[in-house]
Design a protein around this ligand. Structure first.
Ligand code: SAH
Length: 415
């Protein structure tokens, strides 16, 4: 590690900085909510630099937690530890990373595409780390993990023995932390080829530098598996297919046909390369570079029907300000998709907007169902919820931090 960086960090952390909370604002933090909002703060003692470790104190001086300071964000500090004796140092990160890896080793099966570190749920707020075979892709999304970046990278290298580390800190949330976006190779050499991974018998090729997020929607693994198991002999529609994760799973499961729609030509090209990686013939698959909303209308007008539909759109609500508009969009696409189902047909529908709670999502779907039924002639038609869906085991959610649950979904069936 660079000596100067090491020295600067040691200096930053030697100083004692305190955040004193307003009276009455302590409770959530004492009860392990890891975010300290600026509105809860009475005063900041000292001049902590971005990412510096600060002590969180109650209004009467009682010690509560240690956190990383983020002067520009509304989330002014993120808690590292509720133990006063625990030092925030290189060894701290090493321990957290070791625990995170050990948990996945025990729990995640049948794949080499794994979320190794899921931010708050692994005690490392703002850090996302995905492993694709021997490649690690990281996102540093808060000032705290940004300050400790070298220590984190060194620990990851040591503990995973991976040969390539890529940074994809190009998420918009970094600007809220006052951080510039940054991407690149941090360790090793990248051939430029897709990283080949496997998941439940399907081969995927990951574009770690150019793909969305870290390259792949690892979080949908269990749902892809369920789609695969239920797709046999069914006519499948995959809307917002991206690189075809669900489409390939459906083909593997023996779908009669799979129609996939996305407005990104690049993503569709990658999907086709993955078809040949799996030896799937193009006969059962069709790929459409088109707008999903317009396509749903076209399909309805053409009286097309499907036995299994996947609806996994982008984040319609990037924040609570967009919530109402987002809910209208969810309602509309789900109503349209429900109308395209054959009797006994299945709809896998998702929302990855953190601002939409599972309850709001389910209420919205109830409106979609109600509208869909209002348009249908068949008096015996109805829909039932078969299962509530979420991200896989490598994306846990802290019980004291329900905001961490961004991916939610429902499996509905038309009767
Ligand atoms: N279901 C995918 C992930 C979806 S990400 C998976 O499992 O891998 C959202 C996708 O929606 C992106 O690929 C984006 O290109 C696409 N998209 C966004 N707006 C769209 C629109 N109006 N019509 C079609 N696709 C759209």
């Amino acid at each position: 590690m660079h000596i100067l960086v090491q020295r600067q960090r040691a200096q930053i952390n030697k100083m004692n900085f305190n955040i004193v909370l307003e009276a009455g604002k302590e409770r959530p933090i004492i009860r392990r909510h890891p975010w300290v909002y600026s509105s809860a703060i009475k005063r900041v003692e000292g001049k902590p630099k971005p990412g510096a470790t600060v002590q969180i104190l109650a209004h009467d001086g009682r010690w509560i937690a240690k956190a990383a300071y983020s002067p520009e964000s509304k989330i002014r500090a993120r808690v590292w530890s509720w133990q006063e004796s625990e030092a925030i140092d290189h060894a701290f990160f090493k321990r957290k990373i070791a625990k995170a890896i050990e948990y996945r080793r025990d729990w995640v099966k049948n794949t080499n595409a794994i979320r190794l570190i899921a931010g708050e749920a692994d005690g490392l707020p703002g850090l996302i780390v995905d492993q694709y075979d021997q490649t690690i892709v990281c996102q540093f999304l808060s000032t705290g993990v940004e300050l400790w970046r070298d220590a984190i990278i060194a620990s990851l290298l040591e503990q995973t023995q991976c040969t390539l580390i890529v940074e994809r800190s190009d998420a918009a949330v970094r600007s809220r932390e006052g951080l510039q976006e940054r991407t690149g190779i941090l360790h090793g050499t990248h051939s430029g080829e897709l990283i080949a991974v496997h998941e439940n018998g399907v081969q995927y090729g990951i574009d770690v530098l150019g793909g969305h997020k870290t390259g792949f929607y690892i979080d949908q693994r269990d749902n892809r598996k369920m789609v695969s198991e239920l797709a046999t002999n069914r006519r499948v529609l995959n809307m917002f297919c991206y690189t075809g994760g669900f489409s390939l799973a459906a083909l593997k499961g023996g779908a009669k046909s799979v129609m996939s729609v996305d407005s990104s030509g690049d993503a569709l090209q990658l999907a086709q390369r993955q078809m040949s990686m799996n030896g799937f013939s193009e006969e059962r698959a069709s790929w459409h570079d088109a707008d999903a909303f317009a396509t749903l209308t076209t399909l309805r007008n053409a009286k097309e029907k499907f036995d299994l539909i996947v609806l996994d759109p982008p984040k319609f609500a990037p924040s609570v300000q967009h919530l109402e508009r987002a809910l209208r969009a969810y309602k509309e696409i789900n109503r349209a998709a429900l109308q395209l189902l054959n009797p006994e047909g299945l709809l896998f529908t998702f929302s990855c907007s953190g601002a939409v709670s599972p309850e709001r999502f389910e209420e919205t779907l109830a409106s979609s169902v109600s509208e869909a039924l209002g348009h249908m002639q068949d008096p015996s038609a109805n829909y039932r919820i078969i299962r509530r869906l979420s991200a896989g085991l490598d994306h846990p959610v802290l019980a004291s931090f329900p905001e961490g649950e961004y991916l939610k979904g429902l499996l509905l069936q038309r009767l």
